[in-house]
Design a protein around this ligand. Structure first.
Ligand code: GDG
Length: 475
């Protein structure tokens, strides 16, 4: 079997929040002598036309350079200020700028050139996430015929949402150049198929593949999982090591763990908890919310705004309800070590996972994996997380309905042990069956299958796709 080449914006380095992905792919990377390619940690003045070896680590890693301008326009700009909000149903936040688009295309073109220099004919390529949507298109333009799969970690926008992008049709075309497009949830598949039909003029064939002219691809859902057994073991060990005072016999703890991102529904969550306290005075001093929200994408305007909003909201709820022995919300705006996090999930009675839109949401799965089977906590989960499709035994909520969330908090806090156990067993069975190992194997075997079902790339090379025009002017 040929090598697996993974390409993502960032190379996984050391301990990091997306550790599950590395664990899942480590085996196959080691087995095939595979390589992970991602951007270098530091920007440079003049990006090199070569990849650089990154020392250490269990598998081979190579980095590509970015200039400071590219970091600004390709990463902070096009990826985080344009695609991220668009894909999270926040078209009101998107910034459309031609310099963002130009940098995005330039960087993707360069990455393709660099990858082409090391590519062997039997390599399989797995491209990750929205930073690299055009990569297969660029690789094909250079003549690469290798199997190329793409996995989108975010939701896929609705066909209508996609029209907020000046080059939605072009995006559909980029996707057609992959052999397999993996999405998180079935809802995303419906959106992608609809968008590609409406904007890209693609057709859905009887065999389930999409076709656009000579191009053909398969689009399917591969809900990402976690390293469940490992996380469960970690939580059981770490629970005993938590500092004294975290678990109080007379107080229940609710936990939220989310990067400080506007997609995670944090202000709505704080307001819903405020509503709960307002309506349920008997719970004062008997429940607290521990919210861990490490900073992310600092310097992007919308992120600075959410930080200010959250600080003021937590202050308001605490100011109104706290007393000298009780603080309703403990809001921590820095990362917590993964081990401690696992123990904290287990100590919590309720996991509050209420994003307004989320590709999957691994926190929901970590919370379940971390529970004590004899006395498990309750998961409150937003319907707008991709995870909701698999986790129907959670208490599913609409995060926009603050009174509804407040009622559900009461249901969770008062749920009898037998119901908690029944729900947890169902949830844990799913989180265990579809863990991160299942996910990577399912994707890679579907990639092999998709390549067999695809038309010969040699015939496609004779019909080069039309480039759509770059957007002009700023919105
Ligand atoms: C994207 C998609 C999709 C959080 N705070 C700390 C910390 N974390 C860890 C969590 C979890 C991870 O970060 C967050 O994963 P999520 O899935 O919840 O969300 P995103 O970061 O938005 O990830 C998402 C995911 O990609 C995978 O495809 O599920 O929908 O948006 O593992 O535990 N980890 C540590 N300290 C923290 O303070 N150590």
């Amino acid at each position: 079997m040929g090598r697996l080449i993974c390409i993502s914006n960032r190379i996984p380095l050391g301990p990091n929040p997306s550790g599950g992905l590395v664990v899942a792919l480590q085996d196959v990377l080691e087995r095939t002598g595979g390589i992970w390619i991602g951007s270098a940690a530091e920007t440079v003045e003049e990006p090199a036309e070569t990849l650089t070896e990154v020392e250490g680590g269990p598998f081979r890693r190579l980095s590509f350079d970015l200039s400071a301008d590219e970091k600004e326009n390709y990463y902070a700009g096009h990826s985080n200020s344009m695609l991220w909000p668009l894909f999270h149903d926040r078209a009101d936040l998107i910034e459309i700028r031609s310099e963002y688009y130009d940098a995005y295309r330039t960087v993707n073109r360069r990455i393709a050139r660099l990858v082409a220099t090391i590519l062997k004919p039997d390599d399989r390529i797995w491209v990750h996430d929205f930073h690299l949507l055009p990569l297969a298109h660029e690789l094909r333009a250079l003549g690469a015929k290798n199997p190329v799969g793409f996995f989108l970690h975010t939701p896929f926008p609705t066909p209508l949402g996609l029209q907020a992008m000046p080059y939605g049709a072009e995006l559909c075309h980029w996707l057609m150049e992959y052999d397999l497009v993996g999405l998180q949830a079935e809802r995303d598949v419906v959106h992608a198929v609809g968008g590609m039909q409406l904007l890209g003029g693609a057709e859905l064939q009887d065999d389930g593949r999409m076709r656009m002219g000579a191009l053909s691809t398969r689009i399917a859902a591969f809900p990402i999982g976690i390293d469940t057994d490992d996380f469960a073991r970690l939580a059981a060990t770490q629970f005993d090591l938590l500092p004294q005072g975290i678990v109080k016999p007379t107080r229940q703890m609710m936990i939220g763990v989310d990067r400080l991102d506007y997609s995670k529904g944090l202000p709505q969550r704080f307001r819903a908890f405020g509503t709960f306290l307002e309506r349920n005075e008997e719970w004062h001093r008997h429940v607290s919310l521990l919210q861990i929200s490490p900073p992310t994408r600092e310097g992007v305007k919308a992120y600075d705004a959410i930080r200010d909003e959250l600080e003021s909201l937590s202050g308001r709820v605490n100011g109104r309800f706290a007393d000298i022995t009780w603080q309703p919300i403990r809001y921590i705006h820095r990362p917590i070590p993964r081990d401690t996090l696992a123990g904290l999930y287990r100590a919590a009675h309720v996991g509050l996972v209420t994003p307004l839109m989320d590709g999957m949401n691994l926190v929901a799965k970590e919370f379940v994996a971390a529970q004590n089977p004899d006395d498990p906590g309750v998961l409150i989960l937003s319907r707008f997380a991709g995870a909701a499709e698999q986790m129907e035994a959670a208490l599913l909520v609409n995060p926009h309905d603050e009174q509804g969330v407040s009622d559900t908090i009461l249901t969770a806090l008062t749920m009898p042990r037998h119901e908690r156990q029944e729900r947890w067993e169902l949830l844990m069975a799913g989180v265990q069956a579809q863990d991160v190992h299942w996910w990577s194997e399912a994707f890679l075997s579907a990639l092999d299958g998709a390549v067999e079902g695809a038309v010969d790339r040699a015939t496609q090379a004779e019909e080069p796709p039309q480039e759509a025009e770059a957007p002009t002017g700023a919105a």
